[in-house]
Each structure stands twice: as structure tokens, then as C-alpha cells.
Ligand binder design. Structure first.
Ligand SMILES: [Mg+2]
Length: 358
């Protein structure tokens, strides 16, 4: 039975400020959830790029305690359904789903820890490593020299794929991609992310311009709900399209799959509502013959990546490494699926104490 829980709010400064077409920040702000069952402690976190909004995550997490505390943790998927129904009046997107993610992921972690099993094994392990790509860098505000130096650092850390941020300046974006290609040679995959900043015509032109740099995929070329526009980009594009990080729950992603609007689906743990729904969306994508690549949340997404046959990669960000006692292990471009119980990642409570903001 789930006996009690605790929420802590933590500020984590980023190793270097982030700048995409739609984000700028120097830190991430995390709401950590620790759930005590009779047998184990389950842990999880969700986050915001904005300190005040992170503070607002706590009451939303508290609001689900009535569903989870005193419940049987092994009914985790049933609890997910109950929580979703309970959240219905405030809407099943945004912070409501973030709070559900915190509970669902922590409860799964507690189940795995109690059974002394990695969640990936409980979910049906299909691999012990998965391709990953370096995504904590190559921002829009960096010069070409900075991009090349950072890409070389990523390669030295063991990455074989890296992600470059691009925008509607087609010439500049293509020049930056080509400079990386020339500096890195053919052995490193380059992905490009436009963060929904383009109109359809610009996206098609950019995809064509990026083709010369042999790009792995172009991510979120247009606003995420313009599925017809994205389908048009996909049909006209010489390179694959990836999208999905912005939508909530499997039900929210199904229109993207049904419209044939993406080559690779990128579910986001916080926007799915936790590991239960990450499994559901993986299966849903498989029914549409669409591979998935998980969005940020590297540590926790490895449980899904290790058990979903159609998962082709995980995005690697280092933003949350400071929460945990051990890092994600990268070996020759592959993230190793953790072998410890639960998610395989435990909070470093001493370090976390330094960043507490609530
Ligand atoms: Mg993205």
C-alpha cells in the first residue's frame, strides 16, 4: 500500500544556457516526488523552465494524493485511469498531466524497487542499449566555431549523433549544418530541430537545404497542431520528419499518427502522464508502423527504450544529471539500459539539498 509522499522543489542550473527557437533559460526547476509504500520508496520528477511554474507543480501533485495514498501500488494502471477521470474538470493536458506523470512514474519505481527488478525487465526487455544523441547544446545563439568545438566534445564523450537547433533563416541554418558536417566527417549523425518555428513553405525549403548536410531528421518543422501542414512538409521533404513532444497523452498523439504527419514519434514522459502511458503510446505508434524516439527525460525513458521494440533512440540531455547518484552511461553512441531496480536511477539527496527552493 502507498503510505505517504513528499514533494521537494529543486533548482538545477544548466551547464550552459539554452537557446532554441522558442526557449531561453539558464536553469531548470524540478518538482521531485518520493512515494513510500510498505516495501519501497518510489521516486520521480517533473519540471518547468520557469521557477514560479515549478512552484505551481506542487499543489497539482498534492491534489492527486487522495487517489494514490492508501491505494495498492500494484493497481498503478487503474490508478492512472482514476486520476485522469479525477482531473477531467481541469482538463487533461498541461500541469494536470505533469502531476499524473510524477505519481505514475514514482509508483512504478516503487513497484520495481520492491521486486528488486529493473522496470525495463518488468515491461519485457528487448535490448540492453539504445542509440542516443547529444541534445544539451548546439543552440541557436552559438557561433559556428562554438558549434564545432561543442560537437567535438560530444564526440569525445562517446556520442555518435548530435542535435543542432535551426530556425527560419534557411541560409544560416544550412551553413551551420554544413560546417558541422565538414568538421565532423560522415561518421556522426546530425539531427535538426526547428522547435515549431517555421511555416510550411519555409520548412520545405529548409528541409531541402539541409539535405546536403545529410541530416538524420528535421524535428517539429511547423506548429505542432498543423497536422495537414506537417504532412505536406513530410511528403515534400527529402529527410525524415520527427514530432510529438508537444502533445499530451496517447489520445493526444493519435491524430499525428493517423494523419501520417511524422516519420518518427517523440513522446515526452511529462506530457504522457508517466511510464504507464509511455507504454501505451509506444504500442499505439507500433500499430501505425511508426518508430518512437523519446523526448528528454533520458534517465526514466530508458525503461521504455529498453522494452519498446519500436524505440529507435533516446534524446540525451544532461539537465537532470544533478538529481541522481549516477549518470546515464554512453558507450559508442549507445545509452546503456540501467540494470538497477525500478527506473535504475536514485536521487542524490545530499546534492539535491543544495538546490532546494521549496
Ligand atoms: Mg525538440
Amino acid at each position: 500500500m502507498i503510505r505517504s509522499y513528499q514533494v521537494s522543489l529543486v533548482e538545477l542550473p544548466l551547464p550552459r544556457p539554452m537557446a532554441t527557437a522558442i526557449h531561453r533559460t539558464e536553469a531548470v526547476y524540478c518538482a521531485l516526488l518520493q512515494v513510500q509504500t510498505d516495501d519501497a520508496e518510489g521516486q520521480s520528477f517533473v519540471f518547468s523552465l520557469n521557477r514560479h511554474r515549478a512552484l505551481a507543480l506542487k499543489p497539482m501533485i498534492d491534489s492527486l494524493a487522495a487517489i494514490y495514498v492508501q491505494a495498492d501500488e500494484n493497481a498503478v494502471e487503474s490508478l492512472w485511469q482514476q486520476a485522469l477521470a479525477d482531473l477531467n474538470p481541469v482538463g487533461t493536458q498541461g500541469f494536470a498531466i505533469s502531476a499524473l506523470t510524477a505519481w505514475d512514474t514514482a509508483v512504478w519505481d516503487a513497484i520495481g524497487c520492491a521486486r528488486q527488478m529493473p522496470l525495463c525487465q518488468m515491461f519485457g526487455q528487448v535490448r540492453d542499449q539504445v542509440p542516443t544523441y547529444a541534445s544539451s547544446g548546439l543552440w541557436l545563439d552559438q557561433s559556428i566555431d562554438e558549434l564545432i568545438n561543442e560537437a567535438a566534445d560530444f564526440a569525445a564523450q562517446g556520442f555518435r549523433q548530435i542535435k543542432l537547433r535551426v530556425d527560419g533563416d534557411i541560409q544560416a541554418s544550412a551553413d551551420r549544418a554544413m560546417a558541422l558536417r565538414q568538421a565532423l566527417g560522415d561518421s556522426i549523425g546530425i539531427l535538426a530541430d526547428a522547435n515549431q518555428s517555421l511555416d510550411v513553405d519555409t520548412a520545405i525549403q529548409l528541409a531541402r537545404a539541409l539535405e546536403r548536410a545529410d541530416i538524420v531528421w528535421l524535428e517539429e518543422p511547423v506548429i505542432h497542431h498543423d497536422l495537414a501542414g506537417q504532412r505536406q512538409v513530410k511528403d515534400s521533404s527529402p529527410i525524415p520528419i520527427a514530432s510529438g513532444e508537444t502533445d499530451y497523452t496517447a489520445r493526444g498523439l493519435e491524430p499525428t499518427l493517423a494523419a501520417g504527419a511524422t516519420d518518427v514519434l517523440m513522446p515526452d514522459l511529462q506530457r504522457m502522464g508517466g511510464l504507464s502511458e509511455m507504454r501505451v503510446v509506444s504500442d499505439l505508434a507500433a500499430r501505425y508502423h511508426t518508430p518512437i524516439s523519446t523526448h528528454i527525460f533520458t534517465e526514466y525513458s530508458l525503461s521504455i527504450a529498453g522494452s519498446a521494440p519500436n524505440c529507435i533512440s533516446v534524446e540525451h540531455v544532461d539537465w537532470f544529471a544533478g538529481l541522481f547518484t549516477q549518470p546515464v552511461v554512453i558507450d559508442q553512441g549507445q545509452a546503456q539500459i540501467p540494470s538497477g531496480p525500478g527506473t535504475g536511477f536514485r536521487f542524490d539527496l545530499d546534492r539535491i539539498r543544495d538546490g532546494l527552493i521549496g
